[in-house]
Design a protein around this ligand. Structure first.
Ligand SMILES: C[S@@+](CC[C@H](N)C(=O)[O-])C[C@H]1O[C@@H](n2cnc3c(N)ncnc32)[C@H](O)[C@@H]1O
Length: 411
């Protein structure tokens, strides 16, 4: 028997709908939330038309929901620079003719520069680990060239916009397997046939992203809308926010969704020198001295501990970080404000962890009342639904077939 009530709600399944049906993403990102969930849940809880917070905003789906619902002040945090780049690009209003003009100048300057082959030799080399393992020589030159001209763009928002197709070009023109979130190199046979023209690819991506931005985002960004995205872990503000809408990670990045690994090459090309350390900096990345021994989650952790002490410590690290973060988030919401967390309950060592119950419990410990948790079938999220919870190769289990929408209210 679950302590905090869970109701299966098929309305939130959105069977057959994809992310793209409301706000197509400008850039691929792991474990995105369906913006439809946010829109409908904000309506259902009758959230105040005030300030929205997403403490783990990723590529910004919660802001899409907030915008659709009619909110005008939103704040987001993420430690992954790529996530911040995507969210900022989507929700910063940039005059479309300025973007087109910048594109024209950029293109002309770049092609003029390319006419003299010696020019390429003068470009600064980026600091990318094992660069020739991940990119062909031609792709490296093309990326250096594109980056050189992006860096020359003076306006920060426009420069940021140009970096989004750049990052997609880095991913898709690298030797990584593009249908994987982890950093794996293509098979040797695939490498032989892979010779992309990164410059053409960049311009094609630019056009696609511009078209999505100008159709789906720009028209909804009224002048009074502000979406502030911070490259940092959540910084509390006492009793400030009216609603929190977020989909936090569902486990540490090393054994679940590797946000850092997914973003490594992009982040390195963006000049982030700690790109390879990001997974260790995310939630659950640092191990605590001991396991969690109180609250709902403790029994589950001791069951894992019997099978594998190290995994139990990893799991404790994650819940300890999530719990500490909820304390700060709870203090930052004003009276009557709502918290909406969309989470998955993952399985470790055949123990399914009740993350939804943990979240409700933590909010209740911090002056909130749990209102309801909805269970929705997970058939859209781009993340592995099968993994190896025992860590024995070949042995898999269905882990996350459902997702939970945990709703609480501040007393
Ligand atoms: C499930 S994703 C959010 C996806 C987002 N809702 C979207 O649709 O793109 C979780 C995010 O939490 C971020 N994250 C993990 N630990 C964090 C921390 N301690 N502080 C801030 N962000 C963190 C990850 O980088 C990742 O982008």
């Amino acid at each position: 028997m679950m302590k905090y009530q869970v109701i299966r709600n098929t309305k939130y399944d959105y069977a057959g709908q994809s992310y793209a049906s409301l706000y197509p993403n400008l850039h691929k990102y792991p474990a995105t939330m369906l913006p439809q969930i946010g829109v409908d849940i904000l309506k259902e809880v009758n959230a105040a038309k005030g300030k929205l917070l997403d403490p783990y905003c990723g590529s910004g789906s919660s802001f899409a929901s907030g915008l659709e619902y009619g909110l005008s002040e939103m704040h987001g945090f993420d430690i992954n620079p790529l996530a911040v780049l995507i969210s900022k690009a989507k929700f910063t209003k940039i005059n479309l003719s300025s973007l087109k003009k910048a594109h024209k100048d950029f293109r002309n300057n770049l092609f003029e520069f390319m006419k003299d082959e010696n020019n390429i030799k003068k470009l600064t080399h980026p600091r990318i680990t094992n660069i020739e393992y991940w990119f062909s020589k031609d792709v490296i030159s093309a990326l250096m060239l594109i980056k050189h001209f992006i860096d020359k763009i003076k306006d920060t928002s426009i420069r940021n916009f140009f970096l989004v197709p750049f990052s997609e070009t880095v991913r898709e023109c690298s030797y990584t397997r593009n249908n994987e979130f982890k950093l794996f190199r293509m098979k040797p046979n695939d490498l032989l046939n892979f010779n992309p023209d990164a410059v053409s690819f960049y311009f094609k991506k630019w056009d696609d992203i511009f078209s999505l931005y100008s159709h789906f985002y720009f028209p909804k960004l009224e002048n009074n809308v502000t979406v502030d995205v911070y490259h940092s872990s959540f910084q509390p503000r006492d009793n400030y926010f009216d609603v929190v809408l977020t989909s936090p990670p569902y486990g540490d990045s090393r054994t679940t969704v590797a946000y850092g690994q997914f973003s490594t090459l992009s982040n390195e090309w963006l000049g982030i020198d700690y790109a390879r350390k990001i997974d260790g900096m995310l939630m659950g990345g640092t191990k605590p001295a001991r396991n969690i021994t109180t609250g709902i989650i403790s029994d589950y952790i001791s069951r894992i501990d019997k099978a594998d002490k190290k995994r139990a410590r990893d799991v404790s690290a994650f819940y300890s970080d999530l719990g500490n973060s909820i304390v700060k988030v709870a203090n930052s919401i004003c009276k009557g404000g709502k918290s909406i967390y969309v989470v998955g309950n993952r399985t470790v060592k055949n123990v399914q962890l009740p993350t939804d119950q943990f979240i409700a419990e933590k909010f209740e410990e911090n002056n909130f009342k749990h209102l309801i948790t909805y269970e929705r079938a997970l058939n859209n999220k781009a993340m592995p639904s099968r993994n190896s919870p025992t860590n024995e190769s070949g042995k898999t289990a269905n882990t996350m077939l459902f997702e939970y929408i945990v709703i609480c209210e501040k007393m």
